[in-house]
Design a protein around this ligand. Structure first.
Ligand code: FEO
Length: 397
């Protein structure tokens, strides 16, 4: 895609990746974009780069704006290879006089590309550089989501170049958030938050407070993935504020896998009990729902109810995968319960309870185990479990 002028003399010069389907465990059904921004002023500055296979897209776009000349400054807001793996080749072409990055950014660049000879210039939060008619202020955003990360704020343009924050893994021909279907946009933004930033929610909260205290006037937010927030950028800041609060809703997820449909029958009976308590409930079979989509639903759910049959003295592999992924993201403010069928040993429920305790999910019931196929009375007990979870959730929300 050709360069797009997003503000006067500021160009999107990134690349579209229609085909990527996995970001280390997160499914990107609709691809992603690697956004880079070129600012043409007395000094020419490039903010971020792209993934290595897309380096010619970036170079071509820079050439289209600048012709054969190089750039003065390269700003590396974040070193993860989806934004930096093109650097070894890009550096030869655009030959920047300085590379601005955080102290951790410099270390991380060295650890990736082993180039002592690049012209690093370490910056700290609050530090500014002048491009001529523009001032760029750097704001360190350590651990959002790598230790090296920072934002770049273009004061005169009121433009925040926000690195991974406020992005979406969604490849579109449009460049601005106001040009696409809004519910799909927010779904992608929520999925991105849930799978990448949920773990760092306390830092997100703190960052929003810091940015608010700094009194930055923001007319546009340009993230490194997905669409640029041009109209009401506060919308995505407000969404991040809400998501980082992890306030539970009266919403329950029944996340399960089943061998011969017994656990599935139990899941359905539990959902009936929840529905009777007027709790919004979703049945999520792990065979047909990807972990990264389930985590998006976890974002505002108040109750997580996990079900697995016992296989080889343990839980089913899909459940182990789900719990492992979820544990890493440290969801907060949830209540939970477990259930599952078994043949002769029945360890799955106990193991799930243990995993929930480790995640500090409040387990509201010891859980239900059913031997082989559930009888009507077993299903009644499952329904009662649904009601019980629903009642506790109502008390807590
Ligand atoms: Fe888009 Fe953390 O890289």
């Amino acid at each position: 895609m050709k360069p797009v002028e997003i503000a006067k003399n500021i160009y999107w010069v990134g690349a579209l990746d229609w085909n990527v389907r996995d970001f280390h465990g997160y499914t990107t059904y609709k691809g992603t974009t690697y956004n880079a921004y070129l600012v043409v002023d007395e000094k020419i500055a490039l903010f971020d780069a792209v993934k290595e296979p897309f380096k010619s897209d970036l170079i071509q776009n820079i050439r289209q704006v600048l012709g054969p000349r190089g750039i003065d400054y390269l700003i590396v807001n974040h070193v993860e290879p989806d934004h930096s793996s093109s650097l070894p080749d890009l550096m030869k072409v655009v030959n920047p006089g300085k590379i601005f990055c955080t102290s951790m950014g410099r270390n991380t660049l060295l650890e990736h590309y082993h180039r002592e000879d690049w012209p690093y210039e370490v910056v700290k939060s609050g530090q500014t550089i002048n491009l001529g008619h523009r001032t760029v202020k750097f704001i360190e955003t350590r651990m959002l989501h790598w230790p090296d990360a920072m934002f770049s704020y273009l004061e005169e343009d009121r433009l925040l170049i926000s690195s991974d924050a406020f992005g979406q893994h969604w490849c579109t021909s449009e460049r601005f958030a106001d040009e696409v279907e809004q519910s799909e946009l927010m779904k992608h933004a929520a999925k991105y938050y849930a799978n990448i930033l949920l773990l760092y929610s306390p830092l997100v909260k703190k960052l929003i407070e810091t940015v608010t205290k700094m009194g930055l006037k923001i007319d546009m937010i340009a993230p490194d993935h997905g669409l640029i927030w041009r109209e009401s950028p506060s919308r995505i800041i407000d969404a991040y504020d809400a998501w980082s609060g992890q306030k539970p809703r009266r919403k329950a997820l029944i996340i399960y896998d089943t061998m011969w449909h017994s656990t599935e029958k139990m899941a359905r009976a539990i959902s009936q009990g929840l529905a009777e308590e007027k709790i919004s409930v979703q049945l999520l079979d792990l065979k047909t729902n990807h972990r990264s989509d389930i985590v998006t639903e976890v974002l505002d759910a108040g109750a997580l109810i996990f079900g697995s049959a016992t296989l080889n003295n343990g839980m089913l592999p899909t459940m182990a995968d789900m719990l492992h992924y979820l544990r890493g993201l440290r969801p907060q403010n949830k209540i939970g319960a477990a259930f599952g069928s078994f043949g002769w040993s029945g360890e799955a429920v106990g193991l799930i309870n243990q995993a929930m305790e480790e995640m500090k999910i409040k387990v509201v019931d010891p859980g239900i185990k059913v031997k082989f196929f559930p009888r009507q009375e077993d299903l009644k007990i499952c329904e009662e479990l649904g009601k019980k979870v629903g009642k506790v959730l109502k008390e807590e929300t």
